[in-house]
Design a protein around this ligand. Sequence first.
Ligand code: A3P
Length: 315
Amino acid sequence: MMENSDLEMWSSKEKWWGDNCLGRVDGFWLLPQFIQSIDRVVKHFKPLPSDIILASFPKTGTTWLKSLLYSIINRSSKHRLATKNPHELIPILEVQVYATSNEPLMLTPSSSSINRSRRLFSTHIPYQLLAKTLDSSECRVVYVTRNPKDTLISTWHFVNKWIKAKEGSWPLEVATDKFCRGVIPCGPYYDHVMGYKKLSLEKPNNLFFITYEELMDDPKTHVKKLAEFLGCPFIGEDREEQVEEVVKSCSFEVLRNHEVNKSGESPTWFPLPYNSFFRKGAVGDHKNYLTDETIDRIDTLTREKFHSSGFMYGI
Ligand code: A3P
């Protein structure tokens, strides 16, 4: 992959909002500030067989899955979740762990991300860029995705929060067009999802693929499945209560009401405040924003990109 992170060396660049550009690297649109660190992850990250990596496209449920994975691995985690934003509990490889150096940060046993032998990381890097790294290890990957229309709406709100601190707003028509053409961070969305979807079919013991909607529909069943996949099933007479506690302590309502998640302060590693990771937490919110015409446009793309490959999802 890229040897030089200079914008001019990318195959192309395009504005996505305001004067902000994304760079195209190996078919994906990446935020310039993370291109070098993504390169470091690709070249230097060596996952251990015991590692757990949460992969996702931005705005598809990463924060929720972080809280769930952390709780499943650490079991009674209510107190940690009340005092730490989920992104502080599971660091993002390309944003926090390899931000500044080829030597990974936060990998010491005292790090909050470590539970004795299990290391938990997250990433938005597409599988197509991370294939060698992931294929070289028996580590377990959990991939969460979300229907494209809600992903677009969540992204649009998130970017508008970002912009408001700086300049005007990002019109929904522009956001929709960029989304459909794949020009949003880590996009194209469809290629990102299909990369991990294919891996889940080839290596089901290594990749657990879940959707935001499935989880919302029946969180207890999926939390149990996740725990089994991670090799730490809920056991004991009170296992149902344990599962219920995990689901409840990671629910949108509970999480977003912790002071740490209501905070208007921004983390050191990102320009938006902690509270920007919690907005509405619902399925189908796109219906409140998108016209029938836009819905048709996205559904047509979804049929072409997902359904024609046998993945009957997203409409
Ligand atoms: P909305 O903008 O639709 O509300 P990510 O974590 O990948 O950035 O995704 C953010 C989306 O997940 C936001 O969606 C956010 O509100 C929602 N979210 C955050 N925590 C959640 C939780 N515990 N349960 C359900 N949704 C959650």
